[in-house]
Design a binder for this molecule. Structure first.
Ligand SMILES: Nc1nc2c(ncn2[C@@H]2O[C@H](COP(=O)(O)OP(=O)(O)O)[C@@H](O)[C@H]2O)c(=O)[nH]1
Ligand SMILES: [Mg+2]
Ligand SMILES: [Zn+2]
Length: 223
């Protein structure tokens, strides 16, 4: 019982800090998104594609969450986008306290989009509210169609699902219709976007979804 109370208060203080950070994004009309997926689903690959496609039109800052090292931050920075690495030192998710540590790095007055790549894990990242407008859950075709049913929280707290690595469909045993049904049981209204961050197939639909949100924000700021 005591343990439950402590957990509730940890989550409540995380929530209120995330809400304050999100209010700062709102003040500057900046869109925040949080990408969640298991290790290797292709989060960084999608961030790289997104950076290439949107740079020049939108000002982006990426926050990379990993247990150790800065491999992903180096990959993203190579695309000319400012990127801050957060190391959780063994922690399996990001939270708003960790965001607080890097928040001063963000030049909010001169940004349109903050992309957070969460730690590779389909479980607890979804439990911790982040300073973003939308969660994105990614899954790659080799992981199989049952993952939304087995890890429902991430999917039910997301506004879009990205199914990556469709270039591997001839080689893997995944039923995309079943996967869509599993997502629809949790969130009937959200888009499921099939793409390949490697070949670029389907990436336009993802960019379209994201740009739709960005334009909405820009409208807020100019108003
Ligand atoms: N075949 C294929 N491989 C991909 C695709 N996207 C990423 N990968 C590969 O999958 C591995 C993990 O990708 P990464 O972006 O590091 O995933 P993350 O751990 O979720 O950030 C790397 O070897 C990528 O080159 C894809 O669409 N198709
Ligand atoms: Mg990564
Ligand atoms: Zn965790």
């Amino acid at each position: 019982m005591a343990e439950i109370k402590v957990m509730q208060s940890v989550l409540a203080s995380n929530d209120s800090l995330a809400a304050r950070q999100l209010a700062e994004l709102d003040k500057h009309g900046v869109l925040g998104i949080n990408i969640m997926a298991g290790p290797g689903a292709g989060k960084t690959a999608l961030v790289e594609r997104t950076a290439d496609a949107l740079a020049g039109r939108f000002r982006i800052h990426v926050i990379e969450g990993d247990l150790h090292g800065d491999l992903d931050a180096r990959r993203v920075a190579a695309h000319g986008v400012p990127c801050t690495q957060v190391n959780t030192e063994g922690g399996c998710h990001l939270d708003s306290m960790m965001m607080g540590a890097v928040w001063p790095d963000l030049d909010l007055a001169n940004l349109d989009l903050v992309i957070i790549e969460n730690v590779g894990n389909l479980v607890c990242p979804a439990e911790f509210r982040m300073p973003v407008h939308h969660n994105v859950t990614m899954l790659s075709t080799p992981e199989g169609s049952d993952k939304p049913s087995k890890y429902p929280l991430a999917f039910s707290r997301s506004d879009v699902v990205v199914v990556n690595k469709i270039d591997l469909l001839p080689y893997v045993d995944v039923d995309l219709a079943e996967l869509r049904r599993a997502v629809a049981k949790l969130r009937p209204d959200i888009p499921v976007l099939e793409l390949s961050a490697r070949t670029g197939a389907g990436v336009d639909a993802w960019l379209g979804w994201l740009e739709g949100r960005l334009v909405g924000r820009r409208g807020t700021r100019d108003a």
